[in-house]
Write a protein that binds this ligand. Structure first.
Ligand code: ADP
Ligand code: MG
Length: 233
């Protein structure tokens, strides 16, 4: 028997605003993500990719439809329970890195552990291990301004994985990087996916980056238009 998908979206809609200015960004999205998959979400600007990622990341809620995580109905959870799910199971990477300035790489990476109430020694050990995974252990005491864009995104990835989440959500993680740096980030995400088994869900405009994924979900006008499963070596 096939195991249950990690994530299921069923007929998810999202309407922003109300009355005459209301805009339906998602029109009934159906999507499943299996544990351990590496998924690229593609589609034209405005097709609903970020809206979907924000719902999957528990940063926003659907207007209607179902969102199941490990079979649990997330759309029925209250704000606090959703925040717990987010902190326990999800990690985020954004296009703009979103690191705290004038704060070292290690302190940035330790932040999710601080929110979780880990003591200093544990934060340091887990933070250094995460920096090591992204190849930046030697850079632990550098601030974002002292790091290249590619290095900053690696710190952001370390921060996202430091809590050992089930899912890494990345909305255009290479959008601010040149192609060489972008490929390095994709190789890192692939490596984390393979070695740690973390499920990766990534938005990208670029076919070269999507080529790293096993599954490609194409969005069009607020709907999933097509899903391609690829054989990856
Ligand atoms: P994508 O990430 O695929 O470029 P988005 O999911 O960000 O697209 O946006 C989908 C549509 O929803 C766009 O037309 C966008 O303008 C609209 N939209 C997104 N967020 C909001 C919001 N907070 N308020 C109003 N409209 C929004
Ligand atoms: Mg977007």
């Amino acid at each position: 028997m096939a195991s249950e998908p990690l994530i299921q979206l069923r007929n998810v809609t999202k309407t922003f605003g109300n009355g005459p200015t209301a805009f339906q960004a998602l029109k009934g999205v159906d999507m499943e993500v299996n544990a351990g998959d590496f998924v690229a979400v593609m589609g034209a600007s405005g097709s609903g990719k970020s809206t979907t990622m924000n719902i999957l990341g528990c940063l926003d809620v659907p207007t209607s439809g179902e969102f199941l995580f490990r079979g649990h109905h997330v759309e029925q959870l209250g704000r606090d329970q959703r925040a717990l799910l987010r902190r326990r199971y999800l990690g985020f990477v954004f296009q703009g890195f979103n690191l705290l300035a004038r704060t070292t790489a290690l302190e940035n990476v330790e932040l999710p552990l601080l929110y979780r109430g880990e003591d200093k020694k544990e934060r340091h050990a887990l933070g250094m291990a995460a920096l090591d995974k992204v190849g930046l252990a030697d850079w632990w005491d550098h601030t974002p301004a002292e790091l290249s864009g590619g290095q900053q995104q690696r710190v952001a990835i370390a921060r996202a994985i430091v809590t050992h989440p089930d899912v890494l959500l990345a909305d255009e993680p290479t959008g601010n990087l040149d192609s060489e740096r972008s490929i390095e980030i994709m190789e890192l995400l692939s490596d984390l996916n393979r070695s740690s088994g973390i499920t990766v869900l990534m938005v990208t405009h670029e076919p070269d980056m999507a080529a790293f994924a096993r599954t490609i979900v194409h969005f069009k006008d607020g709907l999933v238009e097509r899903i391609d499963e690829r054989a990856v070596a």
